[in-house]
Design a protein around this ligand. Structure first.
Ligand SMILES: Nc1ncnc2c1ncn2[C@@H]1O[C@H](COP(=O)(O)OP(=O)(O)O)[C@@H](O)[C@H]1O
Ligand SMILES: [Mg+2]
Length: 369
């Protein structure tokens, strides 16, 4: 489903009203009234429980991150929000509209950039954007000006008049972002907008999102990139196995954990059994609160320590046990530590564990039905 499908056949009056929303919203911006309010959302795909009772509030004008590994339920949640999928239970309010009872009105308030980008290969970017603008009934002159300013903002240059079939992944994503923004939606929802993108495209997407937030657009984006959510989000929810396991600003979540982190690599690439043995020997040092094996990084060990003084105790124990030390580094808590504390594994390990188990083409087919 493409972003422009959401506005298909929407009555012109409602569309005009929706276009005024960015301005109206500042007038009606009441503290505590979320642009998005989700309560008790559950969803199963056949026997698979994708969401197990999610509550979420996104405040106007904020950039909210939904962070979670592959299979956490991010896409399912965003598709429910965009009214493309019905939940088994729960309530969805967008701009105060009950989206389950009045999906058409809710759709008028949002732009959606889906995870899977399916762009017509024959049309040029300009043709596709013009078609999209016509679906929104935007007056031709305003539409042309909007296409010009959006594609300049997104650094599309000459590509605008080339066939979409020749676009790179990054260029396709930029075009999809432009289509979602044509009608000035007050709420922009993006599903993993930078997954697999080159660095230039990613930098542009980040820049555009920051600018939109600065102009008052509310943004909800899902990501499995810790650094993306850390860099962009005012607040975030960490979704794991269909449940919100942590919620707050990046700084507050890290602060709540307290203590320092130690990353120990016995060798550049250690054997799992050697790292596991070391982990069990380090766990009983006073002041070591948690030791987790990080398989994705050469079986390194992540230690949560109560204070900096514990570092020398760890060094002494390693020497006493004659264990090799390739590196030992100390750091402040990161978002990965927030995830690790809640689940006992790193986000990268969770990502790798699921990737091979999913049948994405079967899921895609089911989603098209
Ligand atoms: N159409 C589908 N049919 C069956 N299972 C699905 C379908 N869509 C998603 N799932 C399953 O639901 C869970 C959540 O998937 P999804 O919402 O796509 O997570 P994420 O976007 O975080 O990777 C996963 O276990 C996934 O395999
Ligand atoms: Mg997804």
């Amino acid at each position: 489903m493409r972003s422009w499908d959401l506005c298909w056949r929407q009555p012109a009056a409602a569309r005009c009203w929706a276009e005024q929303l960015p301005r109206l919203w500042t007038v009606f911006d009441l503290p505590g009234a979320g642009v998005i309010e989700l309560a008790g959302i559950t969803k199963h795909h056949g026997p698979v429980r994708a969401l197990g009772g999610v509550d979420l509030v996104v405040q106007p004008g904020s950039l909210y991150g939904l962070l979670g590994p592959n299979g956490a339920g991010k896409t399912t949640l965003l598709r429910i929000l965009c009214t493309l999928l019905a939940p088994d239970a729960g309530q969805v309010h967008i701009n105060g509209i009950d989206a389950l009872n009045d999906p058409r009105a809710a759709r008028g308030c949002l732009g959606y950039v889906a995870q899977e980008v399916a762009i017509d290969k024959i049309l040029s970017g300009r043709e596709l954007l013009t078609l999209q603008g016509d679906l929104h009934h935007l007056p031709r002159q305003r539409l042309e000006a909007r296409i010009g300013s959006l594609t300049e903002l997104l650094g599309m240059g000459d590509w605008l008049d080339r066939r979409c079939g020749s676009y790179s992944g990054g260029m396709r994503r930029r075009l999809d972002l432009a289509t979602a923004l044509l009608h000035h939606p007050p709420l922009l929802i993006l599903d993993e907008p930078t997954a697999g993108l080159d660095l230039d495209s990613r930098a542009i997407v980040w820049e555009v999102l920051r600018r939109l937030r600065g102009e008052g657009t509310t943004i909800l984006l899902s990501s499995h990139y810790l650094e993306e959510v850390d860099a962009l989000a005012d607040r975030l929810a960490i979704l794991d196995n269909g449940e919100v396991i942590a919620e707050g600003s990046p700084a507050a979540l890290k602060e709540r954990l307290g203590g320092d982190r130690l990353t120990l690599r016995l060798r550049e690439f250690s054997e799992a059994h050697e790292a596991e043995r070391a982990a069990s020997l380090l766990r009983d040092i006073s002041g070591v609160k948690q030791v987790v094996l990080n398989r994705a990084q050469g079986n390194s060990l992540n230690l949560v320590i109560s204070d900096a003084a514990v570092v020398s105790a760890v060094r002494e124990r390693l020497t006493d046990l004659s264990l090799p030390v390739f590196s030992l580094t100390q750091s402040r808590p990161s978002l990965d530590d927030v995830y690790l504390q809640a689940t006992g594994r790193t986000l990268t390990d969770a990502e790798l564990a699921v990737a091979s188990r999913r049948d994405l083409s079967a899921e895609r087919k089911a989603a098209m039905r």
